[in-house]
Design a binder for this molecule. Structure first.
Ligand SMILES: Cc1cc2nc3c(=O)[nH]c(=O)nc-3n(C[C@H](O)[C@H](O)[C@H](O)COP(=O)(O)OP(=O)(O)OC[C@H]3O[C@@H](n4cnc5c(N)ncnc54)[C@H](O)[C@@H]3O)c2cc1C
Length: 505
């Protein structure tokens, strides 16, 4: 199903036009950072977000649970977007979109706060050499990122690793098992920094709240709260200034440049079933595209193909990658993985000697099959950005093509290491992505150096910016992407606030 297209509208929908100084499209990591820094610079800004707000708190039932998955899990789809789950329902503006391409499905967030609502929260900073290997064109930025941008993100998201006393509890048996086996498989184990208030996990352990963390039932969001997602950190701070307006259920369809050199957004305000309620034309001096790698790339590839913005760089639609993301099921291991597997994914391992850098993480599984011991182990690393996007006029959309050999060299290394874990800990590893590759880590499509400069300015187009994962060509230095997306956005916004505000917009 083509999720951007599958809305309906009646002939009677009203049309409106409004003017804005600055518009941010998308409210995830890139969008949240952008909104806050524009607000602090005194710029009145409209944030357009296609998804809903999802308020959480102790014992909330905001998000659906894995075992009772419903339409809140999927973005305007009549079926589950989770591989292997055979459920259908009435489409709803749920939290996860599966963007189906040729050879790869990209899973991405659709909510106020973007991917931060349903992500595990693994917040890793790459070392300098790995950052440079993924993004040679941006290697010169690393020292500044390291000095202040990464630490700013860490502070804003309140990251910390799992405390000893929580790791020692029964639900975290599988994490301890991974830590025990990792060294035998040649991995240096570590604890993963997470944007979690561990008092909420303790509250579950004390029986105050229904388990969410303790069962890793967090694939569609954390009901109990305690997660420092973008909606309750960056966006909340931005809205508190009074200068930022967040508009949920607003889908940007097209972006054009008018004869006055202003940016013109065609926007549908939809209801939760996807039906168009209002068609808006929003004219802005500056537009910050933060619709995520697939979202931003699709908008710009469309604009170029339809001639809505003249002379967009040829590199738009290139250098897309999956961060080498691969999910394995480890079954039948010797050790005791427990009957519950606590989350979020709090332990991992690395081999500093590997010829291609990669990281392996144990993520708890929300479901346990009767009589089968199972743990989820995820690998990701540095790979080529071999994916491309092309416009398909029949769909009025851009479609991803990922070559089957796009990440072969990395996947062979990850597969070897998964095998080493199984040899050390018993059982076997099953590559769940082998026949139908998918990724949670879509990156690239509007690459830095080729399509945007190091500050996210679209080349040749004053007032048009890309500050999300779309500008990162394919991988983030053998780390999950969110921290690097946010740190780069912090770094770019410091320069944009200093140099572009008052001149460009
Ligand atoms: C299940 C899952 C687990 C993950 N776990 C981790 C993890 O543990 N650690 C980690 O670092 N990363 C993780 N990721 C990846 C991480 O979520 C993304 O890399 C990150 O969210 C991307 O940030 P972004 O700013 O580029 O875009 P996003 O956070 O995806 O935000 C883009 C926003 O734009 C909106 N949008 C898209 N198109 C339009 C449009 N046309 N009009 C209006 N709005 C639009 C979307 O609804 C979305 O809210 C995970 C991803 C998933 C799906």
């Amino acid at each position: 199903m083509n999720n951007l297209q599958n809305t309906t509208s009646s002939a009677s929908v009203s049309t409106t036009t409004q003017r804005e100084r600055a518009v941010v499209v998308g409210s995830g990591f890139g969008g949240g950072v952008t909104a806050l820094r524009l607000a602090q610079a005194g710029v009145s800004t409209l944030v357009l977000e296609r998804g809903l707000r999802w308020p959480t708190g102790p014992n909330a039932a905001t998000f659906c649970r894995y075992a009772t998955m419903d339409n809140r899990s999927a973005w305007l789809s009549d079926h589950s977007v989770i591989a292997g789950v055979d459920k259908t329902w009435t489409p709803f503006t749920g939290v996860l979109e599966a963007v189906e391409g040729n050879g790869m499905t990209a899973m991405c967030g659709a909510a106020v706060g973007g991917g931060s609502l349903m992500y595990h929260g693994m917040t890793l900073q790459p070392i300098k050499a790995n950052f440079a290997a993924s993004m040679p064109m941006a290697a010169c930025l690393y020292d500044e990122l390291n000095q202040w941008a990464y630490p700013t993100v860490a502070r804003m998201l309140g990251i910390s690793t799992i405390p000893d006393d929580i790791l020692a509890t029964d639900p975290y048996k599988s994490s301890r098992l991974f830590l025990d086996v990792a060294p035998e498989a040649g991995l240096t184990p570590f604890r993963v920094p997470l944007p979690i208030d561990w008092r909420f996990v303790q509250g579950e352990l004390d029986g105050q709240y229904e388990p969410t963390y303790l069962t890793s039932d967090i694939a569609f969001g954390v009901n109990n709260g305690g997660k420092h997602s973008i909606d309750v950190t960056y966006l909340a701070a931005a809205e508190a200034t009074g200068l930022i307006r967040v508009a949920p259920l607003h889908v940007v369809r097209d972006i054009a440049l008018d004869s006055n050199k202003c940016w013109v957004l065609s926007v549908d305000r939809i209801d939760t079933g996807g039906t168009v309620q209002e068609k808006k034309t929003i004219i802005a001096n500056a537009v910050f595209l933060n619709a995520g790698s697939p979202g931003t790339t699709r908008l710009l590839v469309k604009s170029r193909a339809k001639g809505l913005v003249p002379n967009l760089p040829n590199a738009i639609g290139t250098k897309w990658g999956n961060n080498g993301d691969r999910i394995y099921a480890w079954i039948g291991m010797n050790g005791d993985a427990g009957t519950q597997q606590g989350g979020p994914a709090c332990v991992g391992g690395r081999d500093p000697q590997s010829p291609i850098p990669f990281t392996v993480i144990h993520a708890g599984s929300p479901i346990q099959a009767e009589g089968i011991k199972m743990m989820t182990v995820v690998g990701f690393g540095i790979n080529d950005a071999a994916g491309t996007w092309a416009y398909d006029a029949t769909k009025d959309d851009a479609v991803l093509t990922w070559p089957a050999t796009g990440d072969t060299a990395l996947q062979e290394l990850i597969a070897d290491r998964m095998q080493a874990i199984a040899v050390a800990g018993g059982g076997q590893m099953i590559d769940t992505d082998a026949t139908a590759p998918s990724t949670w880590h879509a990156l690239g499509g509007v690459p830095m150096g080729d399509a945007v400069d190091l500050y996210g300015r679209v080349l040749g187009h004053s007032g048009l910016y890309v500050l999300d994962g779309a500008r990162i060509p394919g991988s983030t230095g053998a780390c999950n992407p969110s921290m690097t997306i946010a740190a780069l956005a912090e770094h770019s916004m410091a320069t944009i606030v200093r140099n572009d505000i008052g001149r460009v917009f």
